[in-house]
Design a binder for this molecule. Structure first.
Ligand code: AMP
Ligand code: GLY
Length: 415
């Protein structure tokens, strides 16, 4: 099959590796891809989605998979569909579940899905009055997409009010912050829950946990994610059923009622409080780095699963009886500023692990670190402990100046 993957990160590279492992050979295209996807297929420099759809039509692309949220909320799925192309991902309207926190929270309220108590407003005084009814800490969120930075956990009511002030003035996040969601703080543990959806039906993937903070012991600033593992034993059968029945199913029914059936990956950021799952956020795509640990756990052809989902004919899937741990190797100054470009030297890649390339470029056949999150070392095994060891073995086998990574990925279950 000819398959186009939109995106350029580790998530997209991991999807491509999984496709490459299938028994049928696929021809892969990336828009734009990175310095290492060049070895798996063709990188396209076509930024305009109409032009990209024209290319896909002419080239006979049979399936397009969209990695990141930005093209989804810009309507790439709608454009590809108007060309009669098969594409896996939600429409622009359905992508509002991620693109607008206000829309998402109102949707949850309307469909009686558990989430933190909240207020959605563009008026400062209304927000202040609501804040006065809460106890600190208070969570203040910009409505629009802010590349994961639009959430402030304020430790006092005054701090919450000044966060509201800075957002509404446009100072913090521009247009994305001109509406805010203020919500109560939920105290529990977080899970990343993924469901592949075809509009009506879904299949759940292994439950993952992300590690958002830069440093060991969850210290330091928030990042895009420094590592992940799956499946998490913290999500037992009972909790998974609750998430499926009380969150995923009503969301799919709710979206059908809005006439915007949800096709794509529904990624629920779950906070578990006293064994009850609450929705923190929805994303409408695979997580990164969660995708890197989920791909090796799927038993069967991803191309077939996603094409069926795109056509509204999702079938059950099989999962491997294994664990995967993924450790992100970031560049020296991540997440504060760009780091100098550095050549990457790769040693041996053991059989039970995979090296995923993210923020990299290519020059004369050499691969260079040129982004924040550069590589993800994924280890697989029958136990989490062994999978973790396999991932860290691989971390030792890749070198570039300034490389940094957490040493405690999966600590939640290996304490
Ligand atoms: P979000 O983008 O909404 O998932 O928020 C980013 C992060 O902020 C989450 O992964 C949580 O760690 C934290 N967070 C968001 N909302 C809340 C909440 N209501 N209570 C506690 N933590 C939260
Ligand atoms: N790892 C979290 C995300 O992709 O949003």
């Amino acid at each position: 099959m000819k398959i186009l993957i939109i995106g350029s990160g580790g998530r997209e590279y991991a999807i491509a590796l999984k496709l490459k492992s299938e028994k049928h050979a696929h021809e892969l295209y990336f828009a734009p891809g990175n310095g290492a996807t060049l070895k798996l297929g063709k990188n396209l420099q076509i930024a305009d989605f109409n032009e990209l759809a024209k290319f896909a039509k002419n080239e006979g692309i049979e399936l397009t998979i969209v990695g990141p949220e930005a093209p989804l909320s810009a309507g790439v799925v709608d454009i590809f569909k108007s060309f009669g192309l098969e594409i896996f991902g939600p429409t622009k309207a359905a992508a509002r579940l991620e693109a607008s926190k206000a829309y998402m929270k109102d949707f949850l309220a309307k469909n009686a899905i558990k989430t933190a108590k909240y207020l959605n407003t563009s008026d400062a005084q209304t927000a202040f009055d609501f804040i006065d009814t809460l106890k600190a800490p208070v969570v203040v969120k910009a409505d629009g997409l802010c590349a994961g930075k639009g959430v402030i956990i304020a430790t006092s009511l005054d701090e919450a009010k000044s966060a509201v002030r800075d957002m509404l003035s446009g100072e913090s996040f521009g247009e994305a912050g001109k509406r805010v969601v203020v919500e109560e703080f939920l105290d529990g543990f977080e899970l990343s829950f993924f469901a592949i959806c075809d509009g009506k039906n879904f299949v759940s993937l292994p439950v993952a946990q992300d590690h958002k903070r830069l440093l060991d012991n969850d210290k330091g600033p928030n990042t895009g994610g420094m590592g992940a593992y799956a499946p998490s034993p913290l999500a037992d059968e009972n909790l998974i059923k609750k998430i499926e029945n009380e969150i995923v199913k009503p969301t799919l029914i709710g979206m059908q009622n809005e006439n915007e059936p949800f096709c794509g990956v529904l990624f629920v950021g779950v906070m578990v409080v006293n064994n009850e799952p609450f929705v923190l956020e929805f994303n409408v795509r695979f997580g990164d780095p969660e995708c890197e640990v989920l791909m090796p756990l799927i038993d069967g052809d991803l191309s077939e699963i996603l094409l069926n989902a795109a056509k509204g004919k999702l079938a059950p899937i099989k999962l491997k009886d294994e664990f995967a741990v993924g450790v992100v190797i970031a560049s020296k100054d991540y997440p504060y500023k760009n780091s100098p470009k550095e050549r990457i030297k790769v040693g041996q890649i053991p059989k039970s692990s995979e090296l995923i390339y993210a923020g990299v470029s290519e020059e004369n056949g050499e691969i260079y670190a040129n982004g924040g999150r550069v590589l993800v070392c994924v280890g697989r095994a029958k136990s989490i402990k062994q999978a973790q060891q396999n991932a860290y073995e691989l971390c030792k086998n890749v070198e570039f100046n300034g490389k940094q990574y957490r040493k405690d990925i999966a600590w939640q279950v290996l304490k």
